[in-house]
Design a protein around this ligand. Sequence first.
Ligand code: ADP
Ligand code: MG
Length: 678
Amino acid sequence: MSLTDSIRTVKGIGPRKAALLEKMSIHTLWDAMECYPRDYEDRTRIVSAAAAKEGEKVSVCAVVGTQPLTKRIRKGMEITRFRVFDASGTLTITYYNNRYTAAGLCEGQEYLFYGRIQGQGTQRTMVNPVCEPILDDRQPPRRIVPVYPLSAGLTQKDMQRVTEAALAQGIQINDWMPDDIIARHALLPQAQSIWCIHRPQSMQEVERARKRIVFEELFLLSCGLARLKERRVDTVGYRFETGSPEDVWTLLPFEPTGAQQRAAQQIWQDVRSGKPMNRLVQGDVGCGKTVLAAVLCSLAARNGYQSAILAPTEILAAQHFESLAPLFARQGISCTLLLGSMRARDKQQRKMQIADGAVSVVIGTHALIQKDVTFHQLGAIVADEQHRFGVAQRAALFEKGNAPHMLVMSATPIPRTLALLLYGDLDVSVVDELPPGRTPVATYAVGQKMRPRIEAFIEKQLRAGGQVYVVCPLVEEGELALKSVEEHKVTLQRALPHRKIGILHGKMKAQDKEKIMDAFVSGELEILVATTVIEVGVNVPNATLMVIEDADRFGLSQLHQLRGRVGRGTRQSYCICFGADKGAQAKQRLEVLCKTNDGFEIAQADLAQRGPGDFFGKRQHGLPLLKMADLAHDLVWMQQARLEAEQLLRQDPTLTQHPALCERVDRLFETDNQEIFN
Ligand code: ADP
Ligand code: MG
């Protein structure tokens, strides 16, 4: 056998289990070896039978002292008990619905029992422990047991089998990590790290092995991203020699902030450089990113190129169109809107204008990505709120031009360190300044008891001439515990019978959505009860209060985004989050929001609490899947790995002197990201 052999060759793994493993992307012994445990049961903590305390998960080495006794306590529930002892005293062992484990034990024989202790005094017992016979002092049972990720139908034993088979092959890996890096960071040799991650002798070994594997993943990733950036630098891009950001600035009713000017300068420099721009503009909600899109599109148009603005929702696309079209018109630049929900004939006509170059700027949703949309000469792309787009979608638009300039705008303030890794292939502009005259949104976390007072507060805001958003988590049926938008409107209407309330959610027809939105913008509707469809971009400066129901169900960054919908005018605005009465953790989370208005700080807290998987949605960032590294907690190693990667590539840009590493780096991106950057 070798590591490239199929797991179907492993003894004890039948075709059914093999198929299940293959669903988890474990096809070969090599894959099995790279399937790392997600946790460990540390059975090295052996305590005496008498000392084991309630709540602890521990090992006890003890002799079976009594015959197991099984009782049926009710239908479908069987309980088996027996007592074990060691020099210190005795302990009761309890199994629920599992008489067979106990039946296999011999009275008078010593075993290692590993499990959680429940109860105190006479009730004290170890529940459902795993047990292994202690056969021989020289061969203690394995004391740290890996816990592998599983899918239904597979057991830990199966994973033990396949990893055992892989490890038995000896690990003939070409350690491609340069020796000096290994030395500088005191990393374990690769083979040893793999051995220790699967079959550790101590938790310290696990830690050291983990460090090596995490470092390796992040180092590879950094090398890969740095190389992608290199490749991009080699490509020729359009030069936008004519025009300047001033063309847009002079048309605005306000002065651009310093941060906006800096970002615009960077964009301007990029598009004159002769290389395709690939820039991320990051800035908190309301910092004014839209005008930067206008700057880019206007530069493109002045130089005879088309440009496209891709927005994640129809509402946002329509809003961009409304605010930008007049701005472009005053420069003599034509602009059109393309939405999926438009009538076929309407769309057809617009597509023709796009194809023959009759319009310069195209604003739209995913409709822009469709195959039948072709551009005459696409010179620049703006992807707004990019975390909502998959990498593939961005790529699809990219391919409609010939290395167009790319501007990605995100309001999810990704912690800087993480952005560097995620967008190692992008240049980043940070717009870290809000337009003047904004007062921070005052935020309060409240419980149900406050509801009457909040309703009175809504009334007060309306009387003062403001408008109110109320956000509910979901409209799906089935999630009955959560307030649906419709239901909530009825309740609210009962409390405020004389107020005009509208509803908005993702399942409505686009036309209806537009009508409602228009009515809210014009002030005809006073309260808008909505789902998170309003999260992105919506701009109604007159709205002064946002009430978020079941706020504990949202991520912090998302709540921050939502809150950004108010506080856009000159009046003091408020955000009320229900959910503070849903336990200490919920309360604590919501309080982060009350304390700070800094999106970056909130993002960092969010990331630490939820991990990057939830933070970005499922693989939306388009990075290769990391098997071990955790972007939320391994930031320090990430920085070190990145520095090492940069240094190495400076010395050996093509990785010719590191062929094994080069091969790994190429493999990393071959399936996922190739399409985007070539
Ligand atoms: P976001 O970064 O969230 O996309 P927008 O571009 O939607 O922010 O801008 C939010 C609001 O601030 C808009 O109404 C916009 O007209 C206004 N705005 C943008 N820049 C400035 C500025 N420099 N001074 C005053 N208002 C501005
Ligand atoms: Mg925006």
